[in-house]
Design a protein around this ligand. Structure first.
Ligand SMILES: Nc1ncnc2c1ncn2[C@@H]1O[C@H](COP(=O)(O)OP(=O)(O)OP(=O)(O)O)[C@@H](O)[C@H]1O
Length: 620
């Protein structure tokens, strides 16, 4: 017999250390995890056997069996699923490729003792066996292969893989229970745990004894009627199907009848899954055909912007032997996708109307993903827009576009927004000053996707979206509450003088600015930068530059606040032509505006010199 001793990947060792040393009291979940894996293994084989029935080798009666040897203190969990070969064992039980593990380990490291909660939140899958067992022996044979393998470990640093014998395909996991965990060797305890956590598993879970006993209902939960499923059972199924450990925020269970028939049991998670923003943008919805698992890797079943939805879709209208390739451009699936999208968006709309507070939780988790729908889903663009919520200058609450339009000021015909990745920095933007002073609400667009959907959508209820960091944002038509035309006029400054100063600044600054002009969007600040109306928004320019993309070399417009005392002084000084003071002021103010925008200034040394000399003049 050959044996190989191998070390766990470093992350696994860390994870195992947490698991074995944790004081986590809910140790019974180890059984849920192992049963969940066994059920997945049966699903996988059932699917593979659709195209190659020889894999079943005459054993198609899928089941999971539990048996107890009280004397030897061994609990055995066996399945006749897909099984594992030598390399699978190393890849699956010696390494972790799961997204989120790193975050889990980091959080565990940072939190010190509270790893207890973390296990509950993240789940540790197969490795949870080591919470209750001092030794775990896995004996497994992969369907279609002759050779069986054993995997043995005490969960401390390494494991041993060796030859083994096993009748038929599948996996047998033997847990040599720790001295203080003998409760899990009691029949009644196992019955209770299976009923609590694994009742929804669609294949039978049997407890071996003089007479074998089936412990679960063994009917696919989604085939039952809603009234036969408790909230607790939905939650446990969600944990199983989503590999999640939080509470579902929304559960959608319904059967659709008509030209195409299908059942869906969908969940919107209560917190963000870890892989939400990975470039693949994968969904994890499980597709079944008449209760036979087909795939959880099919892009055609739900749009990418709804990729946070978890659960199951089962339809008898797809052929059972459908291959993953056949799923592409499949008209039945396209209809299911359209139906699911409509259903989900409809339910979200209801939630948004009925439970504003609860909806905010959803939006804070998934809003940035939902906004991709505004950009990508032409058919549902308006629905997605109506579901969108924004932070604004008005208050700390989230606002919908409809609410925004409703509270627009007299004379206002545009939806004003400012974009950038940091809301706190945005709140301090000088460009906001004039809007705040007039009580005009401005939306904060803080998701990168905002830069893409806004130009595509253009308007909401015929009100154009207008970036306030672009030249075209015009405040002059909007009056302050209670302000008369006369008051408005009084605020404007000596126009000729300002024009003269603008021309002098432009002459000094040359091509580094497209234009220098007076603005009414500032009240406290002296200057700000904006993009020309036809040019790319400055935030988008910054974003693209950060990602190494080519960006058109559009120089910004420098705007001066004619009511600011510094500008007024400079207006007076400019009567004498372009003096060194005007020259320095032009450069300093441009650099200042760049700094406020979070940009680096091209010549730091020159900036420092000018600043020093300006301070000297002021102080001496
Ligand atoms: N009974 C089994 N039969 C076949 N393969 C198995 C079995 N148990 C585990 N595996 C394999 O080992 C892998 C790792 O299992 P583990 O429980 O650690 O993680 P997981 O099931 O992928 O995720 P989670 O932690 O969310 O349950 C599984 O993805 C599967 O490939």
């Amino acid at each position: 017999m050959t044996e190989e001793k191998l070390s766990f990947q470093a992350e696994v060792s860390k994870l195992l250390h947490i698991v074995t040393h944790s004081l986590y009291s809910n140790k019974e979940i180890f059984l849920r995890e192992l049963i969940s894996n066994a059920s997945d293994a049966c699903d996988k084989l059932r699917y593979e056997a659709q195209t190659d029935s020889s894999l079943l080798d005459g054993d198609s009666d899928f089941k999971i069996s539990l048996s107890l040897d009280k004397e030897a203190k061994i609990l055995t969990i066996a399945d006749n699923g897909i099984g594992m070969n030598h390399d699978d064992l190393i890849n699956n039980l010696g390494t972790i490729a799961k997204s989120g593990t790193e975050a889990f380990l980091k959080a565990a490291e940072e939190s010190g003792k509270s790893d207890v909660n973390l296990i509950g939140q993240f789940g540790v899958g197969f490795y949870s066996s080591f919470m209750v067992a001092e030794e775990v022996v896995v004996t497994t044979r992969k369907a279609g292969e002759d050779k069986a393998w054993s995997w043995t470990s005490n969960g401390e640093g390494d494991y041993v893989i060796g030859d083994a014998t096993r009748d038929g395909h599948g996996t047998t996991i033997q847990l040599k229970m720790r001295e203080d965990q003998s409760e899990f060797l009691e029949d009644h305890r196992l019955r209770h745990i299976v009923k609590t956590y694994s009742d929804h598993i669609s294949i039978p879970i049997e407890l071996k004894g003089e007479e074998d006993e089936t412990l679960n209902s063994a009917s696919a939960i989604w085939t039952r009627s809603q009234s036969d499923v408790s909230e607790e059972q939905y939650k446990e199924f969600y944990h199983h199907v989503a590999h999640a450990f939080d509470e579902p925020w929304l559960t959608l269970h319904n059967r659709v009848e008509g030209v195409i028939e299908y059942t869906n049991l969908l969940f919107i998670p209560g917190s963000r899954p870890m892989d939400l923003f990975t470039p693949e943008r994968k969904n994890h919805l499980k597709l079944y055909v008449n209760r036979v698992f087909i795939t959880d890797d099919c892009d055609e079943v739900i749009p990418q912007y709804l990729r946070f939805v978890r659960g199951v879709v089962d339809s008898g209208d797809l052929p059972l032997n459908v291959s993953r390739e056949m799923l592409q451009h499949n008209p039945v699936l396209a209809k299911i996708k359209a139906g699911l999208t409509k259903k989900i968006l409809g339910e979200l709309k209801k939630k948004a109307e009925k439970d504003t507070e609860g909806y905010v939780t959803f939006w804070e988790n998934f809003g940035a993903v939902m906004k991709e729908g505004i950009y990508e889903d032409f058919a549902h663009k308006q629905d997605c827009l109506a579901l969108a919520r924004f932070k604004s200058t008005q208050d700390d609450d989230w606002v919908s576009l409809a609410q925004y339009v409703e509270r627009m000021k007299e004379g206002q015909d545009q939806i004003f927004y400012i974009s950038g990745d940091d809301i706190d920095a945005l709140k301090k933007s000088p460009q906001l000053e004039g809007f705040k002073a007039k009580g005009v609400e401005v939306l904060f667009m803080t998701d990168p996707i905002d830069e893409f959907w806004i130009p595509g959508v253009g308007a909401f209820e015929e009100k154009q979206f207008q970036s306030i960091t672009k030249g075209g944002a015009d405040l002059s038509k909007i009056k302050k509450d209670g302000e008369s035309d006369e008051d408005a006029k009084e605020e404007s400054a000596d126009k000729d003088g300002v024009d003269r100063l603008c021309a002098a600044f432009k002459a000094v600054l040359g091509d580094s600015v497209q234009e220098v002009r007076s603005t009414d969007r500032l009240t406290d600040s002296a200057v700000c930068l904006v993009a020309g109306e036809g040019a790319m928004d400055r935030n988008l320019q910054r974003m693209l530059k950060q990602h190494g993309q080519a960006v058109p070399d559009d120089a910004p417009i420098l705007e001066l606040n004619p009511t600011h005392s510094l500008i007024k002084k400079l207006v007076d000084l400019s009567a004498d032509g372009t003096t060194p003071t005007i020259d320095d002021a032009a450069h300093l103010l441009l650099d200042q505006a760049r700094i406020i925008e979070g940009e680096t200034i091209p010549d730091m040394t020159a900036f420092a010199h000018r600043m020093t000399s300006a301070m000297e003049k002021g102080l001496v």
